[in-house]
Design a binder for this molecule. Structure first.
Ligand code: N01
Length: 546
């Protein structure tokens, strides 16, 4: 299918965050291919472009939250904080885009509305809300995993006379909290990060909590210069270690069971890692915390003890104690002064597990027990239709017009989280079925971008016109993803990993929990075997660039 108004390129890339930027660089600078990159925002950055809420920062330490593909880039960039804060990550991604002249290859303020595979010519026809009509051999999604915000359907939101915002679509000019009464709904990562900052700025804050959370102190601060010097001297080695690790961090994972040490030793370990902060507590303590309920209980109970210690009011502390799910069965949270915030005079906690918010009124919120809360601003820190929501918004159709939404109606089905049968020449960067959100994202993103571009290069060299995941290989992979998930604590919580936060979404564990290093090895083996598990159809006319 082609006409004079349809532009022809080798690849369409959707999104210009970490994934889209690197994909563009690879396609253009290393493979010499033509592309269109479409980005809904008016700048690069993806999740870090949209998430500008107070306190937004990444939970990965800054020295590993970066691209590793260019040694000069690694050496020249200096993070100021132990963890990278949102404005600095956005600055970094702009720096990368400028340094490699990527912005000229991106169409901003442009949302892909549909991508339909054309059976007659084996190409993707992609359309946008700006009237673009592009025919591409490859469709590559770089849409992030957590990019479609969810605002719960609560009666009366339209009638609210104050301001309201979702953390993932925060106004660029910021929100003025001074002198205002504020409600924050949700206590996941976004809530836990923003609540302490909003509490300091506003007149009064009411936090509406459905599920109490385990959260570990970040122990945030400025970058330790001596540490940074050491990192820069060994950067390649450190990042290589991250690539083969379980979660994309260059930490030594513990090989000791929490159940094989004495109570004193275990307590000393937990105290030490609590002081060290961040993911070290989860990854560096004991090997079976994520796998064995009794081992997990020791960590869960330790954190409950900390909450009791930090929060002055015993009734508030009791409400904050997570009991209905094990530690780290939902996304592990990292905070700064989260529990201390409940000791402030201007902060109240409302437990909405038993008495949900029933209605939003012109002046505030009413819960099912009839209590009314007057507020000027409502912050929805209520999360995302993660991993599949953004795919479904795009109207993607594969062979014979089959909708992706239809194929995935009982949960996402992929081969390696990179491709899905019936959707030829479509690749997903950090798609469902890959480690993605269970890892330090830049490590997983780079692995996918490099694997996809190597595959595309292979196709170019071998005159492959159509590369499509084989149904049997996909079935086997999906089964493997489920078997691994079944061995973990993840199945014991109502989390967005399982789609449990979206009413009606099938309960399926979406990321791959087998580990980043193991996964990379499998992907490399598949590539080395000539892209095993893919059906490769040779072109009659091998020329690629049209
Ligand atoms: O979203 P969430 P998030 N009524 O889904 C509650 C990444 N991230 O934006 O637990 C009342 O985790 C919901 O309650 P419950 C990170 O991967 C990273 O905070 O479902 N409450 C929960 O408390 C993270 O996991 C970073 O019972 C409702 C909250 O809203 C992911 O993004 C920073 C509700 C949603 O928590 C998403 O985090 C920020 C309802 N109807 C985000 N619906 C960093 O790296 C939902 N809730 C630091």
């Amino acid at each position: 299918m082609s006409d004079t108004t349809t532009e022809r390129v080798d690849a369409v890339v959707v999104g210009a965050g970490f994934s889209g930027l690197y994909m563009l660089k690879r396609l253009r600078d290393e493979l010499g291919m033509t592309s269109r990159v479409f980005e809904a925002g008016d700048g690069v950055g993806g999740t870090w472009y949209w998430n500008r809420y107070p306190g937004a920062r990444c939970d990965s330490e800054s020295y590993v939250y970066c691209f590793s593909f260019d040694d000069d880039l690694l050496q020249e960039w200096n993070w100021s904080g132990k963890y990278p804060e949102q404005p600095e990550i956005l600055q970094y991604l702009n720096h990368v885009a400028d340094r490699f002249d990527l912005k000229s290859g991106i169409s901003f303020n442009t949302r892909v509305t549909s991508a339909h595979y054309q059976d007659d010519d084996g190409r993707w026809l992609v359309e946008t809300d700006q009237g673009d009509r592009v025919s591409a051999k490859y469709l590559i999604t770089a849409i992030g995993c957590i990019s479609t915000g969810q605002i719960p359907k609560i009666d009366g939101l339209d009638s609210f006379e104050g301001e309201w915002h979702h953390t993932g679509a925060w106004p660029h000019e910021g929100v003025e909290f001074g002198g205002k009464r504020v409600a924050v709904i949700g206590t996941g990562s976004s809530g836990v990060q923003s609540i302490p900052v909003i509490a300091r700025e506003c007149e009064h804050l009411t936090v509406f909590q459905r599920t109490p959370q385990y959260t570990i102190p970040a122990q945030h601060g400025t970058v330790d210069q001596a540490f940074l010097k050491e990192v820069k001297a060994n950067y390649r080695e450190i990042l290589n270690e991250a690539r083969v690790s379980a979660a994309g961090f260059p930490y030594d994972a513990s090989e000791t069971s929490a159940l094989e040490v004495s109570d004193e030793e275990r307590l000393e370990t937990y105290e030490r890692l609590w002081e060290k902060g961040g993911f070290h507590f989860m990854l560096g303590s004991y090997s079976d915390i994520a796998l064995d309920r009794r081992a997990n209980d020791t960590a869960s109970e330790f954190i409950r003890g900390k909450i009791r210690e930090i929060v002055d009011n015993p009734e508030t502390a009791e409400k904050l104690l997570p009991r209905d799910h094990p530690f780290a069965s939902k996304r592990a949270l990292i905070d700064t002064n989260y529990f201390d915030t409940y000791n402030r005079d201007n902060v109240d906690l409302v437990d909405i597990r038993h008495f949900p918010i029933e209605e939003i009124t012109p002046t505030g919120l009413r819960t099912a027990d009839g209590a009314e809360y007057e507020v000027d601003i409502i912050v929805f820190a209520t999360g995302y239709d993660a991993m599949t929501g953004t795919f479904f918004k795009m109207d993607i159709r594969g062979r014979e017009g089959r909708e992706l939404k239809d194929k995935w109606s009982d949960g996402p089905l992929t081969y390696l989280g990179l491709a899905t049968a019936g959707f030829p020449n479509m690749f997903m960067i950090t798609g469902p079925g890959s480690p993605s959100v269970l890892s330090n994202m830049p490590v997983s993103i780079e692995q996918h971008v490099e694997w996809i571009s190597d595959f595309v290069d292979y196709n170019n060299e071998h005159g492959i016109e159509v590369a499509e995941a084989d149904q049997a290989a996909e079935d086997e992979w999906v089964q493997h993803v489920n078997e691994i998930a079944d061995q973990t604590m993840y199945m014991l919580a109502d989390s967005w990993y399982l789609g449990a936060n979206i009413p009606g979404k099938p309960r399926v564990f979406m990321p791959y929990a087998g580990g980043v290093g193991v996964y990379r090895e499998r992907c490399d083996e598949i590539a080395a075997a000539g892209y095993e598990g893919f059906n490769l159809q040779e072109s009659r006319e091998p020329a690629l660039a049209d």
